[in-house]
Design a protein around this ligand. Structure first.
Ligand SMILES: *Cc1c(COP(=O)(O)O)cnc(C)c1O
Length: 430
């Protein structure tokens, strides 16, 4: 596999950009080696600057739910861009976007658009603190909510890969306000709320964890958290930046039937453009400026081109049967990988939830806690990752990230992936 051009670009990039990248996990530090540089992308495929083609299971880390460069999304962007890139006054697409979110996710009676998932979660906890007059927040080990100071405590994703439980630069006084819990542990949550429930402004959770591999909630767990929050007057915040519109049209809250007070979105909602959003109960959202006193603003928030891309994506995924077909792809892929691992004599299991999946080099029958995810054989994953990459399959470059399928992943791509895995599992075993 050619990599001269990517190597040359990475050499230049490392001189000028920290680690050669603009977001840490792209640097391949967890799996070793060097990243490839993308030239273009289409459907289920990424093409690099050296002319290699990859079946892509990262999908720009989530947005590409209908596949890369979907003609309908591209057309919406081009059409909108011709009228101007940004206005600094309200535009009609913002209203359509708010209506669309409120219709698809009924707990979001009002919505505020922002520019990233990080901004959405930061704004949501400010609102939670402002509305409750309380200071503490609760998050879960291995959950990632963007790079806001309050969230870089036992965080997942890139922060997890690098083993930095709390980043330097986060004041201890602030980090002390973030309490952490083990995901899927009912009693730990009850005990924490019994101890200091009246100080807790909100509990924020990835309802399906996707930043410490892919960990679905145990039966009744999200309901349990809902009850605890209600009992103690804390707000329940679902960070659906990854799960939103992916694990079901209405997100994890629709899939599991739990209504949060606030929700955050990103990724899919921008269709590949930088977009985030937060929304929730009207009485809460009306406290956000300028309707209320809790300040939050954004020069480019609700950008017309970004709204057009997101709306085109949300239109595509409302096609009848879209999410059922997506889940069938995740199942076909994961069943095939499990069978290939079994044939290769490798201890391996998977999780799948809608268009999200997790691969675990583990002998456990079921992996659904952070501790179990951490105990997996990451060296075996790394060998598997590189063996797959050489065979033209791009998985997330870390054992602690979820994988994504899109509607553009057809039977042929999934069959080719499983075929590649048959050889890659043998390499991983060695
Ligand atoms: C990606 C992600 C974020 C951060 O979104 P950015 O757009 O990268 O700032 C927040 N929460 C979750 C659950 C995510 O997966």
């Amino acid at each position: 596999m050619q990599s001269d051009r990517s190597h040359a670009l990475f050499t230049r990039a490392r001189e000028l950009m920290p680690g050669g990248v603009n977001s840490p996990v792209r640097a391949f530090k967890s799996v070793g080696g060097e990243p490839f540089f993308a030239q273009r992308a289409e459907g289920a495929f990424l093409f690099d600057v050296d002319g290699n083609r990859y079946i892509d299971y990262v999908g720009s880390w989530g947005p590409m739910l209908a596949g890369h460069n979907h003609p309908a999304v591209l057309e919406a962007v081009l059409r909108t861009a011709r009228d101007g890139l940004s206005f600094g006054v309200p535009n009609p697409l913002e209203v359509t976007m708010a209506e669309t979110i409120a219709r698809l996710v009924p707990s979001c009676e009002m919505v505020r658009m922002v520019n990233s998932g990080t901004e959405a979660t930061l704004s949501a906890i400010r609102l939670a603190r402002g509305a409750t007059g309380r200071t503490r927040i609760v998050k879960f080990e291995g959950c990632y909510h963007g790079h806001g100071d309050s969230f870089l405590v036992k965080a997942g994703s890139g922060a997890l890969t690098f083993g930095v439980p709390t980043s330097p630069g986060v004041p201890k006084a602030l980090a002390d306000l973030t309490l952490t819990l083990p995901y899927n542990d009912f009693d730990a949550a009850t005990a924490l709320f019994d101890e200091c429930g009246s100080d807790i402004a909100c509990l924020i959770i990835e309802p399906v964890v996707g930043n410490a591999n892919c960990l679905p909630p145990r039966e009744g767990y999200l309901q349990h958290l809902r009850e605890l929050c209600t009992k103690h007057g804390a707000l329940l915040v679902f960070d659906e930046v990854m799960t939103g519109f992916r694990v079901a049209l209405g997100g994890a809250q629709a899939r599991y039937g739990v209504r949060p007070d606030l929700s955050t979105f990103g990724k899919v909602i921008g269709g590949g453009m930088p977009v985030g959003a937060y929304g929730g109960r009207r009485a809460l959202m009306e406290q956000v400026s300028p309707a209320g006193p809790i300040y939050q603003a954004g020069t480019l928030s609700g950008n017309p081109v970004a709204m057009a891309a997101g709306l085109a994506m949300l239109e595509l995924i409302q096609a009848p049967g879209f999410h059922e077909a997506l889940e069938a792809k995740s199942n076909a892929l994961c069943d095939g990988l499990e069978a290939a691992a079994r044939d290769a004599g490798i201890a391996f299991t998977t999780n799948r939830v809608g268009g999200m999946f997790g691969l675990f080099f583990s002998s456990e029958a079921k992996v659904d806690t952070y501790a179990q995810a951490m105990a997996c054989d990451s060296a075996a994953f790394n060998r598997f990752f590189h063996a797959m990459l050489e065979r033209g399959v791009y998985l997330a470059p870390s054992a602690f990230e979820a994988g994504f399928v899109s509607s553009a992943h057809g039977d042929a791509e999934i069959a080719a992936t499983i075929e590649a895995a048959r050889e890659a599992f043998r390499v991983a075993k060695a």
